[in-house]
Each structure stands twice: as C-alpha cells, then as structure tokens.
Design a protein around this ligand. Structure first.
Ligand SMILES: [Zn+2]
Length: 85
C-alpha cells in the first residue's frame, strides 16, 4: 500500500536526482526504490535519456526556425546560442 506513496515521493525528487543535485541519502533512497519498482525504472530511464539527449546531441533534423521557436518555448535560449556557434 505504501508503494504508490513511495513512487510519488520519489518522483518529487527526481529532477534533482537527474540533475545530480539530490542529497546523497535521497539518491540512495531513489536507487533503492528503483531496484524494486519497475514502473519508476521506466520513468527514470526515459527521463534520463531525454535529459542526456538535450545535453549532448543535436536535435533531430529540424528546420532552423522551428528549432529556434522550440528552444524559445522551452526557455532554452542559452542552449540555442551554443548550437549556433
Ligand atoms: Zn515506484
């Protein structure tokens, strides 16, 4: 019965965890939970891949104007400037 509560708690800390900003005990708790919870493993796997893609890879083939609008919509102006260099 506590499983759903634990998932909710974990998801609240997930962005910090993925950014590497979570406290060590939070990371440990998340990793313990992930070992036991396939649903959350899928969520974390998907989110971490998304984050990694945005940080390391150019976006898929996309017209410049659409890319610029997307970055603006996502408030990624800084990121957008990096791509133009
Ligand atoms: Zn879970």
């Amino acid at each position: 019965m506590a499983e759903t509560q634990r998932c909710t708690h974990l998801l609240a800390d997930l962005s910090d965890y993925l950014d590497g900003d979570a406290a060590a005990e939070v990371c440990a708790a998340i990793e313990r939970h992930l070992a036991a919870c396939e649903d959350c493993r899928v969520v974390v796997d998907t989110l971490s891949k998304t984050v990694a893609l945005y940080h390391t890879l150019p976006p898929p083939d996309m017209p410049d104007a659409a890319q610029t609008r997307l970055f603006a919509a996502l408030n990624l102006d800084e990121f957008s400037r990096l791509y133009r260099q």
